[in-house]
Write a protein that binds this ligand. Structure first.
Ligand SMILES: C[S@@+](CC[C@H](N)C(=O)[O-])C[C@H]1O[C@@H](n2cnc3c(N)ncnc32)[C@H](O)[C@@H]1O
Length: 285
């Protein structure tokens, strides 16, 4: 079967994330608390300070854009861009409830940024770049819209073996249906998991002072059921695999996923490890 075109990938992404926008809003408080440490690291790596104009790519329901808006204050501003209008509507509701008036959300594709050259003091992005069909094209756009001597900070998922939080259901779904190994260059959760991949693209585009490391953590659930329901509500790519199972297979798979999480019990919580590749670089002055 021919690989989908860039336009087809982008349209599927838009539909996928719109489909799970309600789930993101439902679990917002939980995941905000669990993954806020990543946002703080992104804000630090982008060297944000008051007065800056920041662009957040693939903001979804507002991460790390909302924290960035707090960091740059009323003299600065944040623009969040995303394909999925329903994710952005949720982000907008959160900005309003936080009384943030220095943030705007705009629908659009990260590979063709609708902004002037040299119009931002920093770019941040969490869990978006690996879903793009043409990452180098997006990197060229990031370089274009950044002012000289400004930073990009990015978070992408590291390898599946380092991320039981995501790997457990994928492995179990594979016990029921044949899923061919993903083309390593095709968009997907682990597309930028290899060390050096994104950094290499940034280097080629002219970024300097590049850094890359794996940020380890875990997501803590009170029950295995909470883990299963929350992940299936928000993880569009895993939901897509899940939909390949028959209802009987889903019942059995759910049971196996819940059983597998037992080994991660830590005190009263189930703590599922995550590993996030954090990358930063500066556009030279
Ligand atoms: C896993 S969500 C991450 C959202 C948010 N940054 C976070 O970490 O919570 C991925 C987001 O990337 C967006 N996205 C995927 N491809 C995109 C593209 N080509 N342009 C803009 N946004 C895109 C999706 O619509 C989705 O909201």
């Amino acid at each position: 079967m021919a690989a989908p075109s860039s336009e087809q990938v982008i349209e599927s992404q838009r539909q996928d994330w719109n489909r799970v926008a309600g789930g993101w809003e439902k679990w917002d408080r939980f995941f905000d608390e669990q993954m806020a440490f990543l946002n703080h690291r992104l804000v630090a790596d982008a060297r944000l300070r008051s007065g800056m104009r920041v662009l957040d790519l693939g903001s979804g329901t507002g991460y790390p854009a909302l924290l960035a808006a707090q960091a740059v204050g009323s003299t600065g501003g944040v623009t969040g861009i995303d394909l999925a209008e329903q994710m952005l509507e949720a982000a907008g509701r959160k900005a309003a409830s936080l009384k943030l008036s220095n943030i705007t959300f705009k629908t659009g594709d990260v590979t063709t940024l609708p902004f002037d050259t040299a119009s931002f003091d920093a770019v941040t992005t969490r869990f978006c770049l690996m879903f793009l069909p043409e990452i180098p094209k997006a990197v060229a756009e990031i370089v274009r819209v950044l002012k000289a001597d400004s930073w990009l900070s990015a978070a992408v998922w590291s390898a599946p073996e380092r991320n039981p939080y995501l790997k457990i259901p994928i492995d179990i779904i594979k016990q029921f249906v044949d899923i061919p190994p993903p083309d390593p260059s095709a968009p997907g959760i682990f597309r930028l998991a290899r060390p050096g991949d994104l950094v290499g693209m940034l280097q080629q585009a002219g970024f300097v002072d590049l850094s890359e490391y794996e940020f380890l953590g875990d997501v803590r659930f009170s029950t295995a059921d909470e883990y299963f329901s929350s992940l299936m509500d928000i993880a569009a790519p895993i939901q897509n695999l899940w939909m390949k199972l028959t209802p009987t297979q889903q019942t059995e798979a759910r049971q196996r996923i819940i059983q597998t999480t037992a080994q991660y019990q830590k005190g009263s919580a189930i703590a599922l490890p995550i590993a996030v590749r954090m990358i930063a670089g500066r556009k030279p002055g």
